[in-house]
Design a protein around this ligand. Structure first.
Ligand code: MLT
Length: 266
């Protein structure tokens, strides 16, 4: 394993709760490990939940190095190393965290016992998508994290979640506005430049659980269906009444799926 800018990696803030099968929870953009609050405690009776803040997000300081999806995967691998974890881990990534999960599997297959891919997709950005990343970088540089939060918040949840669970939108916004400018612009460039993981899907030989909100306004459920069709040992659950953040919008159903997944591996 490459030794990343070790001092920076050791400054990652993380939660490490529970015992048993380790699950590495990787948050999406522009969020933080607070995303996984509904999982970390609830699953600690079944597993060891490890949830870092990626550099520049939550309580992790930005790093000087260029942000890439591979570098995020290296940071996660390094964290597992300094926690002394030798057992294979289940890697659970939501959205951008899913892109990191693909990179983690590509770079450290021997460390992975299973994958949970939530609200994510395998493909790279289209030309239009890349141009939108550049526009978002310019917006962040001009107007900061608040502007990014304003633009993204209306798409993060299922339409009915905003009225049914008013606290949720506030919690999502709080994560977004905590992100540093370096974290935001770094992640946007990292997502823009990430490789296409579509060809890799058929080579994934660990059990894979795909979870997706039925009303995801950012990634259509067809992305999840395409991954299900291409990954040999995979199962898909589409969660009703959930958008891009099914783990927060439908935590009981999300967690139940994870517990069943862990139990099948035993
Ligand atoms: C995320 O939720 O992590 C992002 O929306 C992913 C993306 O923009 O591709």
């Amino acid at each position: 394993m490459p030794e990343p800018d070790s001092i920076d990696s050791q400054r990652l803030a993380y939660d490490d709760v529970g015992r048993g099968q380790p699950i590495l929870f990787i948050h999406g953009y522009p969020l933080s490990r607070a995303l996984w609050q509904p999982q970390v405690q609830a699953l600690s009776a079944y597993a060891r939940a490890i949830a870092p803040d990626l550099p520049g997000f939550g309580q992790s300081a930005p790093v000087a190095r260029k942000a890439t999806i591979d570098a995020y995967a290296d940071d996660c691998a390094y964290l597992l190393k300094i926690l002394g974890i030798r057992q294979k881990v289940i890697v659970c990534g939501l959205s951008m965290g899913g892109y990191v999960a693909f990179a983690f599997y590509r770079r450290y297959p021997e460390m992975v016992g299973g994958l949970i891919l939530a609200s994510t997709r395998a493909g790279a950005d289209s030309a239009e998508g890349k141009a939108n990343r550049d526009k978002a970088i310019a917006l962040a540089q001009k107007e900061g994290a608040q502007a990014i939060a304003r633009a993204m918040l209306p798409k993060m949840l299922a339409p009915q979640s905003y009225s049914a669970k008013p606290g949720l939108a506030a919690a999502v916004r709080a994560m977004m506005v905590t992100a540093s400018l370096e974290g935001i612009t770094g992640a946007l460039a990292a997502m823009r430049d990430r490789p296409d993981s579509t060809d890799m899907l058929a080579t994934i030989h660990v059990p894979t659980l795909i979870l997706h909100g039925e009303q995801d306004q950012i990634m259509p459920p067809s992305e999840a269906e395409a991954m299900r069709a291409a990954i040999p040992s995979s199962a898909l659950t589409i969660l009703p009444n959930a958008g891009h953040m099914p783990n927060m919008e439908q935590p009981d159903a999300f967690n139940r799926n994870i517990i069943e997944f862990i139990n099948v591996q035993r």
